[in-house]
Design a binder for this molecule. Sequence first.
Ligand SMILES: Cc1cc2nc3c(=O)[nH]c(=O)nc-3n(C[C@H](O)[C@H](O)[C@H](O)COP(=O)(O)OP(=O)(O)OC[C@H]3O[C@@H](n4cnc5c(N)ncnc54)[C@H](O)[C@@H]3O)c2cc1C
Ligand code: FES
Ligand code: FES
Length: 465
Amino acid sequence: MITFILNNKLIQTESHPGTTLLDFIRSGESLPGTKIGCREGDCGACTVLEGTFDNNKVKYKSIVACLTPLGNAQGKHIVTIEGINMKELSPVQNALVDYAGTQCGFCTPGFVMSLTGHSLSEESSDKEKAIAAISGNICRCTGYKSIEKAAESISELLKVKDINDPINWLVENQHLPMYFLEIAKRLNKIEKNDKPGNFKIIGGGTDLMVQKPEEIAETDIELFYNRIDLKGIKKENNSIIIGSATNASEIVKSSIMQEYFPEIKSHFKLISSEPIRNMGTIAGNFVNASPIGDLSIFLLALNAIINIRESNNTRKVLLKNFFLDYKKINLNPGEYIESVIIPVPDQKFLFNFEKVSKRTHLDIASVNSAIYLRINDDIIKDCSVSAGGVSAIPKYLSNTSEYLIGKKITVETIVKTNKIIQDEISPISDVRGSAEYKRLLLRQLFFAHFIKLFPKSISLKKLLS
Ligand SMILES: Cc1cc2nc3c(=O)[nH]c(=O)nc-3n(C[C@H](O)[C@H](O)[C@H](O)COP(=O)(O)OP(=O)(O)OC[C@H]3O[C@@H](n4cnc5c(N)ncnc54)[C@H](O)[C@@H]3O)c2cc1C
Ligand code: FES
Ligand code: FES
């Protein structure tokens, strides 16, 4: 039995946990406001809000209903466009009307829900954040400027929002209907229902629900998305430990991650879109083993270790030894990833992540790369470089990393290292570009690491001269 609150209604259903939330909402509950566009997480027409009871509060975020297994809604408050209706239009709805941000209207419920999710966040609002909130929404008609203006006007209204208690403020100011005030109490009564089994694991579903939605709707599945024991980020001695069901948004918002990786917000902005980051887990990124998986590339350069579990046994594997061949990984049947460990030294280190894709946002990489450097007296003491899209697996560049250790950071070192890189990679030509183009891209990304990290001494002009 799956139990959750849909808008203002308690749902108790025996439907298969692998059916999509989108189909349940539209066909099961006859709520057609949530639209079906791509069914692949790309267009945002099916955006809804997911509220989670946490510390006596409900925290909301946007998700795409087309990739959400119904079972992931257990214990949550799911809000569709119908669930924010009041007598009058909400300020978000009004803004889209006032700034002519809607034409055919197909995409509009998705935009409204993303902007309502932004209103509900416990962060102050500004224009950039409001526009980032709609990074997962596509519109075929309006040309975006009018929608961006609507988003900007909402961020102005939200300047005086109480970030400690956004729900109360939003209800008081008629952004949300009254019933939102009772949701925390109602969610608290619903069982969490995280039953471990030995079935096909689903995290956020952002990979599996694209690849095999029909199969998932019929097989026995095990839902990791809400497993509290597999969530969260903590620091222990010289390690950061990330639970395997932690999603990309939780990673980027973590104060621990922000302390060690000050640029993480701009790095993660390049990864998918806000709703996909709100859903996709770190383990899902490793296990789908895409050669361009962004979290895999990020963590490879940090020499991450993964904790693998099977009932009471655990084993540790270096992430660089986890990827065996194209889509082949070091994970046996019955095993699952429990957590990821990032070793962090006491000494200061530098880190950078770069990604090139056909579109800047909401696109997978053509080539991506990360670098970790520890430097003393101008000499590289420790170094790890990773690259995606240039081999059958997310690649740890071991020869490159080794070569750089003991070297001084100079233009000559960087240019010479590119030769090692080119020998270490084996890109193939595909829809994301020819093998030659990917070689060139990786050279540029490798140069970009040094240009970003050493802006005073390294420039593209010097590297190319
Ligand atoms: C529109 C869109 C854009 C995307 N953009 C990007 C992008 O820019 N960069 C990028 O890297 N990826 C991107 N992705 C891919 C995807 O979002 C990520 O790979 C995500 O991290 C997958 O995590 P998940 O929890 O949703 O995986 P799921 O679909 O839930 O699972 C993926 C695989 O992992 C397994 N699994 C999950 N958790 C565990 C565990 N704890 N132990 C063992 N096995 C487990 C599942 O069984 C399954 O085989 C995008 C996807 C979509 C739909
Ligand atoms: S239908 Fe396009 S994102 Fe869900
Ligand atoms: S208004 Fe038509 S798709 Fe956006």
